[in-house]
Design a protein around this ligand. Structure first.
Ligand code: PGA
Length: 245
């Protein structure tokens, strides 16, 4: 893994956006794997700026998001579809039909086939060229909570209490946080050609150290990234704190 420690959140966001922009310029029909959460908000803001001020075009880009809460309507304030539309898709020239996010409203009986279709859509597009990832306190990437295997694929998963607790503020109470989500698997993520892992803030320092330096294990699914040949890890100083200690 290639590790860069940036001075602050802005620098990290700009660096990640530049890596994405370089790919989009070199391969205008690339497939981006995208993440939600607080961490990539600055990256998307910088991509929007590059689109507006520098003419960076996403016309032929296809995107595949990691995950979506199960049983949230796409326009729910906390739905990842809404997040992506508001932070990125509505502000750039990507074609709406080229943006893919698991459908959190799919009937339970159709979840399995929907997840299989999601995997097939990624494969049919030629695979993910660059996957953006955050990391959760539980050690998840995407929403692959502890216990997720290296081979796991897009599926319905149950969220860890710590993951729901982290989201409780946004949902105005933990009872409003969904208990399940659809998420790409670790195996789906590992098939991406390149990966950028982002983490900021002191609250991520401990899990970042375990993910990057700890034994590879389903207990911390992010540890599987140690076995990927092309991972760029971008941290701010706070998130890197336990690595430097
Ligand atoms: P965050 O979430 O960016 O909101 O910290 C990261 C994650 O849970 O993957």
């Amino acid at each position: 893994m290639n590790l860069t420690i940036t001075p602050n959140y802005t620098a990290l966001s700009i660096m990640a956006a530049r890596l994405i922009a370089q790919l989009v310029k070199a391969k205008p029909d690339c497939n981006l794997g995208l993440a939600t959460g607080r961490t990539p908000i600055g990256v998307y803001a910088e991509l929007v700026r590059m689109h507006r001020e520098e003419g960076l075009s996403f016309k032929r880009v296809r995107s595949f998001n990691l995950d979506e809460y199960y049983e949230l309507q796409p326009n729910h304030p906390q739905a990842y579809r809404r997040y992506m539309n508001e932070h990125l898709f509505n502000r750039i020239d990507i074609a709406p039909q080229n943006t893919h996010i698991p459908d959190g409203t799919i009937d339970f009986e159709r979840v399995y086939s929907h997840c299989a279709d999601y995997e097939r859509a990624i494969d049919d597009a030629g695979g993910i060229d660059l996957q953006v990832l955050g990391i959760g306190k539980s050690g998840h990437v995407g929403l692959n909570e502890p216990g997720s295997t290296a081979e796991s694929r897009t599926r319905l998963i149950t969220l860890e209490p710590v993951t729901r607790l982290d989201a409780a503020g946004d949902f105005l109470g933990i009872d409003n946080v969904p208990t399940r989500a659809l998420s790409m698997g670790v195996g789906t993520i590992m098939r991406a050609k390149r990966i950028i892992l982002l983490a900021t803030g002191v609250h991520k320092a401990s899990v970042v150290a375990r993910a990057l330096r700890g034994p590879v294990s389903t207990e911390i699914p992010a540890t599987f990234l140690q076995e990927h040949p092309a991972v760029e890890v971008l941290l701010d100083r706070e998130a890197a704190g336990a690595l430097l200690a």
